[in-house]
Each structure stands twice: as C-alpha cells, then as structure tokens.
Design a binder for this molecule. Structure first.
Ligand SMILES: Cc1ncc(COP(=O)(O)O)c(C=O)c1O
Length: 470
C-alpha cells in the first residue's frame, strides 16, 4: 500500500500538475487501485462507488498506518463528524500531505479559513515570537495587540465601499461566538429602542443560512438537521426566504435583529440580490431593527473584495458585521464590528470572554488582515475568480446532464448538480483534490486566496476527471 501511495505522490511532485493543466478535458491518469478490503464503517468504504480508471490517490486501506491510527484513537473521540480515513499531516501553500505521503491540492482551505495557505513563514515567525512574549493575559488588562487589530479592521473597512458606520470591534474566538455577541448586542439595543422594551427581542434569519452551532446562532440557523436534536430553540427566532422581498413583512416592530449572509456559504453558495438587501435594510430602518451581516465565510477577501457586501448599494449596509474563519488563518478568532449607535447600547460588563482578544490571536490576525486587505491582493483574487469562472463554465457545458448551475465570485464557487454532490467530492479526493459540499446538491470550492493560476487549472482538470468518472 505505502509503495503505491509513494509512487502516486512522486508522480504529482515530478510535474504531474503541469501535464494536467495542459491537457484540460482530455487527459487520462495512470490508475492506482484502491484495495477496499474490510469494512471499517463509513471511513474505509465511503468511496467504493467511484469509477477506478483515473484515480491517482487512494483512501487508506484497512492495513495502512492511517487505519491503525484511527483504530487506536477514534474510540476516545466523540464522533460528531463523518470523515474519509486519511490523516492530514502538513501543508505548504495550497497543498496538503497525508501521513501516507499523498499530496493533495486543497480547495477547501479548512472551510474558507487558510486564506494565506498553509505554512506561511512570516505568520509562523510572528506566532513563535508572540508565544514567547505573551500568549494570554485575560481581558482584565490591556494588551499590545487587541487595540491595533480593532483599529486596523475599522480603518481598512472604512477605506472600502462597505460598512461606513464601522466604529468599534468586539473580539471573540470563533464564528458562532461572533454571532452570539452580535445577537446579544442587538437584543440589548432592542430593549433600549424607543417603544422597544420587553417585546422587541425577535430575530429574523433566512432559510439555508448557517450562523453556527451555539444556541443563539443555532436558533438563527433554520436547518432541521442541526436544530431538531437540540430543541427547543431560543425564543423569538423567525425565518424568512432568502431573496424574497415579499416575505420581509415578518420583520415587525418586535424585531430587534435581522441576521443574513451576503453570500450563503454552507447553504449552497447563494447570493443575495442588491434589491433584496436594500429592501431588508429599509425594513430594518422602518422598525428600528439591527441589521447583522454574517461575513464569517464571505468576508476578508474571499469575494475579491474585503467584504462581500461591498457589492451592494451604499444604502444596504449593516449595523453589525461578523467575521471569523480567515481572520486568524486557522488561529481561532472571531469578531463583531459595530456602528457607534450599537456601541452606545453596550456597557461595561454586558459581554465578555476569557480567551477572546488574546495577544497571540490578535497579533496573528493583525498580520492576516494587513495582507488580505491590500488592493493588489484583492485584485488578484478577482482575477483568479475569472479563471475559475471560465473553467467551471466549460465543465458545465461538458457535463450539462449533471451540472445545473455555476455560482461564484472571487474564490468562493458552487457547482450545483442535479444530484448528491458527495460522489464528486470523493472522486476528486481520489484524484488528489480536496473540495467540499454545500447545501444538498452543490460542490463548494473555497481555496486559499493565495492559490495560483496553475493550481486553479490543475484543480479544474481534476474536477473534469472526477465528473468523467461518474
Ligand atoms: C456564515 C457562517 N457563519 C457562522 C459560522 C460558524 O463559525 P464557527 O464554525 O467558527 O463557529 C460559519 C461556519 O461555517 C459560517 O460559514
């Protein structure tokens, strides 16, 4: 097994990627057979349906060291994820290696997290230096990096066409915590709103959204798969249909917040229309509700703009903007950016966190935001997005019987299928490309923002091979 895997990774390392890019839509790989022996539950049998011909990689067999590892340690881990059996060990740029030595092109970026790719040396230096200096102090004292990060986020946001009311930032540890903070701030604001008092606590969110797994964010995520096992949800959450202006009457004087993703990532890479967002803003203004944009996935350069909502008219801006994922390039951190109107409602002691804003995470995030927000960097993301667009459109033409729509911008793309997308995700992995699903019929592509043109072409060729194997 290990010699087979070694051979496949050596072939890729020796220029397989160049060969692949040149032969778009016509290349056929040397095949490597997966010994799908035994049945280690879903892990080792998951890709059995994939056509064998063009595979270059294999999921670990029952006798591999990966399987031994999983067998030894999985019994101690609470099982909340279904995973293929590969164990990822290290990465560089847009590539990841597993412990068997197989090299993968990573179009997942840890679910839109590793914007600067893997193994960024400058980030590692900063991390090392700050770890020696100080990792954590608590929020009982100032530190040298929370303030500079908040200032940078506000300055870089004000330099865009995005949230022009951006005034202050609360630093948390994750996306869901950023949203919890936003929801709490909105509830407090609602209580202080003239005529608000006790009844103004409702929150409106949208079908197919994803806002996180803690109880507030989960209550704003109307997906029965995530909510049902944990009901009842927090009182006051109501749901409307994305892009349906007529459905906005659900926003009333009892609404304290509307939370929405400008691009629904998890829900299928769906885009809010400018008209809809303008109507949502207008409705919020009419009833004095706080408008929260969840840019945890779409923000920080992924759309080709610092914020995806820059695509909307100036009159469709949020009162609170939440972010996480790319903010720390993998170091856990999230944030809620608020307007001064919201900030005035929040007093000392209203909200807090032990870890949020520690100097290690905030120093790393300062470095990341500085890099991601430069116009040259963002222009490159836009340009690379166009390469994706044309490559994916060509795939759509070729596989018209399977691919129903291509949606995307910058480096967030969805390939909508007329069927379950998991076989394509499996087939791509067995050809050395990691992609993920979104919704129940879409293949999602969210590579590191430092992906090269060559890597994009290589990835599209692998997708071509994956579709051909269906
Ligand atoms: C739009 C959006 N909001 C919130 C979250 C939750 O973030 P986290 O997993 O960091 O809690 C996610 C994660 O996928 C997301 O995509």
């Amino acid at each position: 097994m290990s010699s087979t895997l070694g051979t496949s990774s050596r072939i890729l390392a020796r220029g397989g990627s160049l060969r692949v890019a040149r032969s778009f839509l016509s290349h056929s790989y040397t095949g490597y057979r997966i010994p799908l022996t035994g049945s280690h539950g879903r892990n080792y049998a998951s890709a059995a349906h994939v056509h064998q011909d063009s595979k270059t990689h294999s999921d670990p067999s029952e006798t591999s060291k990966s399987a031994d590892f999983v067998r030894e340690y999985e019994p101690y881990c609470l099982t909340t994820y279904a995973r293929p059996g590969l164990i990822l060990s290290h990465g560089k740029g847009c590539h990841i290696w597993d412990v068997e030595g197989q090299k993968y092109l990573d179009f997942t970026a840890g679910i839109a997290v590793n914007a600067l790719g893997h193994g960024d040396e400058e980030l590692a230096k900063i991390y090392y230096e700050q770890s020696l200096k100080m990792i954590h102090t608590s929020n009982l004292y100032y530190n040298e990096w929370t303030g500079p990060l908040c200032k940078l986020l506000i300055e870089r946001t004000l330099a865009t066409k995005g949230m022009q009311s951006a005034s202050r930032v609360f630093i948390a540890n994750s996306g869901t915590e950023a949203n919890e903070a936003a929801l709490k701030f909105a509830r407090k604001y609602g209580k202080l709103s003239p005529g608000g008092a006790q009844d103004k606590y409702e929150v409106v969110s949208f079908y197919n959204s994803f806002h996180g797994r803690t109880m507030g964010s989960l209550s704003a995520t109307p997906n029965p798969k995530y909510q049902k096992p944990f009901g009842p949800m927090v009182p006051g959450f109501k749901y409307a249909t994305y892009n349906d202006i007529d459905g906005l009457d659900i926003i009333t004087k009892n609404t304290c917040a509307v939370i929405i993703e400008p691009i629904q990532g998890e829900g299928g890479v769906n885009f809010a229309t400018p008209e809809f967002m303008t109507a949502v803003r207008k409705k919020c203004d009419q009833v004095d509700a706080v408008l929260i944009f969840d840019e945890i996935q779409s923000g920080l350069g992924r759309s080709g703009y610092l914020w995806a909502h820059e695509a909307f008219p100036a009159e469709a801006q949020p009162d609170i903007l939440t972010m996480a994922k790319a903010l720390g390039n993998g170091i856990p951190i999230g944030a809620a950016m608020v307007s001064e109107r919201i900030a005035e409602a929040i007093k000392i002691g209203d909200h807090g966190t032990t870890f949020g804003g520690n100097p290690l995470a905030t120093r790393v995030a300062h470095y990341v935001v500085d890099k991601l927000s430069t116009p040259t960097f963002l222009d490159q993301v836009k340009h690379k997005g166009e390469i994706f667009r044309s490559g994916l459109e060509r795939l759509k033409e070729k596989y018209a019987s399977v691919i129903t729509e291509i949606r995307g911008t910058g480096l967030i793309w969805g390939i909508q299928l007329n069927r379950d997308p998991n076989p394509i995700v499996d087939a791509a992995r067995l050809r050395g490309l990691l992609v993920i699903t979104a919704g129940n019929n879409t293949v999602r592509i969210v590579p590191p923002l430092v992906v090269t043109e060559q890597e994009i072409l290589e990835g599209i060729e692998i997708l071509n091979s994956a579709f051909a194997s269906l």
